[in-house]
Design a protein around this ligand. Sequence first.
Ligand code: ISE
Length: 324
Amino acid sequence: MKRIGVVGAGAMGREHLKNLAEVPGVEVVVVADALIEAARRAAGQCGADATDDADGVVRDTDLDAVVIASPDETHAAFAIAAIESGLMVLCEKPLATDLRSVARIVDAEVALGHRVLQVGFMRVYDEAHRQVADELGTIGTVRQLRCVHRNANAGCLRSVDTVLTGSVIHDVHTVRWLTGDEVARVRTTSVARPGGVAFVHVVAELANGGIATIDFDDTAFGYEVTVEVNGTHGTVMTAPAPRAIVSVGGESRRHIGVDWFGRFADAYRREAFVWTASVAEGKATGPSAWDGLAAQFVVDAAVRSEHSGVSESVELPDRPALYD
Ligand code: ISE
């Protein structure tokens, strides 16, 4: 039985707990949260211990692995402590809110000499996205991608920087994953609303000459994530999520939900199974710390572009051999 600790008992931590409870061969033995009551409530669902000492959990060598789902700005310190303590890690995205901290995670893993961290870019486990990936060979050379990402965030005002770091980073990974290419330059434009941002548009030039656009909407009517890939011989795009079409009173509607927990429920579940299998093997397999760093470099340039008003280059360092 593999022993797992979960750091963060908010909505994302509880999503991981729910999915880990379904996986045979693993047991969540401790849940940590700065709010001990939140830790107790979540731990109570799975018979685990509760603590407010997250730092103790990520350094607990009696554990095999930890899930880090605490606030974004705490991820890096916890991830580095876990890596240095010999634990395997599933860390939510972004790996940190700044580039230097993400680089330190990669440095820690490179110093260890083998991959132990998976970052929560779970679109790679979503059936609609996987079907797109599977068809790429039929559309010729990929020349253009269009990502659309709508958050029903009407009540939550966020800055452009936060949207880029916390949301658009998923689309950046989708672009890198589906093209196998890196982003070379980005240009960001946005539309404000009182107290925050409404729309963010990122144009990304790829190293091999392709182009990707990311349209993000933080005021949306519902939650929706799609991607369309255009190649020299054809186009492939994500199919709509399978939801019943309800027709009443002369109108048809399809429920799309208002958050990622509904839309990506199966992807999170699959992520839990893949990650725990990698824990059993002792070797991380999913999206890597390097993927987290490369995406963060793009986001960092996109933030700079928003503020400079011009396109900015992405100066990615050489990829350590560990990630080949
Ligand atoms: C959120 O944190 C997520 O991870 C979702 O997948 C993403 O779609 C959303 O925009 C983020 O805020």
